[in-house]
Write a protein that binds this ligand. Sequence first.
Ligand code: ADP
Ligand code: MG
Length: 310
Amino acid sequence: MQTQRMVTSPSPADAPALEARGLRKRYGRRRSAAIESLDLTIDRRGLTALVGPNGAGKSTLIKTWVGLERPSAGSVAVQGIDPWQDRSAAVQRIGYVPQSPALYRGLTVADHLELAAGLRPRFDRPHAEQRLAELGLPLRVRVGELSGGQQAQVGLALALGTRAPVLLLDEPLASLDPLARREFLHVLRDSVLAEGSTALLSSHVVTDIEQACDRLIVLGNGRKLLDESLEDALAQHAVGKDGAVEPGAGRTFVASFPDAGRERVALWRVDPDVERAAGLRRPTLEEVVVGYLAVSRARAALPAESAVAA
Ligand SMILES: Nc1ncnc2c1ncn2[C@@H]1O[C@H](COP(=O)(O)OP(=O)(O)O)[C@@H](O)[C@H]1O
Ligand SMILES: [Mg+2]
């Protein structure tokens, strides 16, 4: 197993925030890899959503950037730095909120700020405290006494206090109610815009994050299924009743899947400059995501060789 040196620009400031090149990660002797031949570049500031069902490989991918998982093949980089070559330099550039909360229930919020400041010399404690004050979160309360939503906000405040240019948030919304989700996304979005940072937010549902994100990456079975701006993802697809239209000029069939009722819907990739055929309409973002997941499900069901060829 070798980690190649990433060929990127020498200055971290010019390098993309996050990169993966030919990334493969297989745990132990498992038959299938958690991540398979993944190429990804996130060089824009703003919020990118990483969406995929449970087991898609979202946490594995995020953990390779934090240097917690070692690639089986290929490489990753954070602002041009390979975390396996220089973990501390990579981690200095990252604010990370892991999927399982990394908080100590018996310690107060203020204790956590103290700990964070001890671990990161550049930790901006007033910045983190201000976020918490804006949400009316008391500093002297033990974390175990806070609601799930408040604990998530503490995790986010700790990540934002790092003032890191790259934020990796692994399913931070999973345990939150709808109001707490919105509050969390508001704080995150405001901060990303104000700081000009790059945030990657994973989720297993797209509806949670579609208002907050500008780019969407869909992962299924460890492979990248879609990587587009939200705008393009909506403009370049259409949906209609399955079988309602045939493939034709300006449209290619992607997949069909069950709708919320008893019918099947077909997702089409369309040329936005060609007039949309009768029977097709603009999709919701969820329909685009589900359509691509249906493609990956169909591929996974094929024998290994044809799946590779597909
Ligand atoms: N530490 C581990 N050891 C073995 N297999 C793992 C480990 N972590 C994750 N996996 C497997 O890798 C795949 C991807 O998991 P994960 O990255 O956690 O997906 P997600 O975060 O999208 O739910 C799954 O099949 C999961 O069972
Ligand atoms: Mg996960």
